[in-house]
Design a protein around this ligand. Structure first.
Ligand code: PLP
Length: 406
């Protein structure tokens, strides 16, 4: 049936009724140039507790300077896709840096993490094969699975036993298992050790998208894979993004030389798109260098996350329990510390009250999270001060008490 123009209005009205209509907020400047976490939203100065700038690098002067310097040399745009004439020396250098950082033979740059995940999954799986995903996987992994044309299965969140059963039930089918390293909306980690064992036992590819773990967790900031002590054999395909802890933009797949070569040959989201601007790659290289040199940044953001959790517990604010398989003790702290609210309407109300109190904490609603689990996704940054974290806790305790949240 043809869609009528009036259906558009009906679709929007439906979103309004369900409190699921999204609205952008325009960030229109920074109060003081030196400040890394205050933003001006709708003319009001707010402290940002919703960004993924975990290490405080997005507004770092040296990162911005690297971008500007490269733009002066290379110009703003790449002019073509990587395989035509868009690939530059700055891209190659960043790929080498990323391969070294992740301990893989090679890395391949993508414009976004969304495109990197589409590439990884559609290149490794196709018709007659199987893609197996965690139920809470990022939308880009899900879309990769759907686009691949493979049999598409999901297992209960962080349930490695269910994943193993699904592999065993399709023992004759070539399979790709894909999971987030650190889950973006929950802040917990996937059971990578068990998934790696299953992957090896069933000769299945394991793709780990560690958009939120790289740069932050693991003894040297190499992410969830380092936290679990897994090598390149255990996790043959590692996806990372540059727009989160590294404060820049872009993404990459890291793995064996053969994997990267095949992605270059086959992945449509690599081939049919303009190369990332070289100045953006230059900014990423600088950010990667700072993140590795200044380990205090990841220590600081995790110390602030611990402070937030402890303070929340004292004030009776229920921060989501981050554990998998009920093994709380082995779970790493991450900068993502969501407060569960429940209904989309209540989450929006809490967001408004926090805005009024001077904090930008965005309500995350379905379909980004399952129905009935709308939440305030609080994220910490190395650029926050202890006083800002304490002030947020104070405001949260009022908001939660008033709404009878948890
Ligand atoms: C943000 C994110 C992506 C997408 O990365 P972009 O570079 O923003 O497109 C992919 N996977 C996960 C888990 C993410 O959180």
């Amino acid at each position: 049936m043809k869609r009528r123009s009036s259906d558009l209005g009906a679709a929007l009205a439906q979103l309004d009724r369900e409190h699921l209509r999204r609205a952008r907020r325009t960030i229109d400047g920074f109060v003081e140039p030196g400040s890394r976490v205050t933003t001006v939203v709708d003319g009001r100065e707010l402290i940002d507790f919703s960004s993924n700038d975990y290490l405080g690098l997005a507004r770092h002067p040296a990162v911005a300077a690297a971008m500007a310097e490269c733009a002066g040399r290379c110009g703003a745009g790449s002019g073509a896709s990587h395989l035509v004439t868009g690939h530059g020396a700055e891209h190659s250098r960043l790929e080498e840096d990323l391969a070294a950082f992740t301990g893989r033979e090679r890395a391949l740059l993508f414009s976004t993490g969304y495109m990197a995940n589409l590439a990884a999954i559609t290149t490794l799986a196709g018709r007659g094969e199987m893609v197996l995903l965690d139920r809470l996987s990022h939308a880009s992994l899900i879309d990769g699975g759907l686009l691949s044309g493979a049999l598409f299965k999901r297992y209960a969140h962080a349930d490695a036993v269910a994943a193993e059963s699904a592999l065993a039930a399709h023992a004759d089918t070539a399979a790709v298992i894909a999971t987030d390293g650190v889950f973006s909306m929950d802040g917990d980690v996937g059971p990578l050790d068990s998934l790696a064992r299953s992957g090896r036992a069933h000769d299945a590819w394991l793709v780990v998208d560690d958009a939120h773990g790289l740069g932050v967790i693991g003894a040297s900031g190499r992410g969830a894979v380092e936290y679990f002590g897994l090598d390149a054999d255990a996790v043959p395909v590692l996806v990372g993004t540059l727009g989160k802890a590294f404060g820049s933009f872009g993404a990459f797949v890291a793995g064996s030389g053969e994997l990267i070569e095949l992605l270059m040959q086959k992945a449509r989201s690599y081939i049919y798109t303009t190369a990332l601007p070289q100045p953006v790659a230059a900014a990423s290289r600088k950010a990667l260098e700072i993140a590795q040199r200044e380990s205090w940044r990841r220590e600081r953001v995790l110390a602030l996350a611990a402070r937030f959790r402890a303070g929340a517990q004292q004030l009776g604010v229920a921060v989501m329990g981050a554990c998998y398989g009920e093994v709380q003790a082995t779970h790493p702290l991450t900068p993502i510390q969501p407060v569960m609210v429940g209904s989309a309407e209540a989450a929006l109300r809490a967001q408004r009250e926090l805005f009024a109190a001077g904090f930008c904490v965005v309500a995350i609603r379905p379909p980004t999270v399952p129905r009935g689990s709308a939440r305030l996704r609080v994220t910490l940054s190395a650029a926050h001060t202890e006083a800002q974290v304490d002030a947020l806790l104070e405001a949260l305790s009022h908001v939660c008490a008033a709404q009878d949240v948890q």
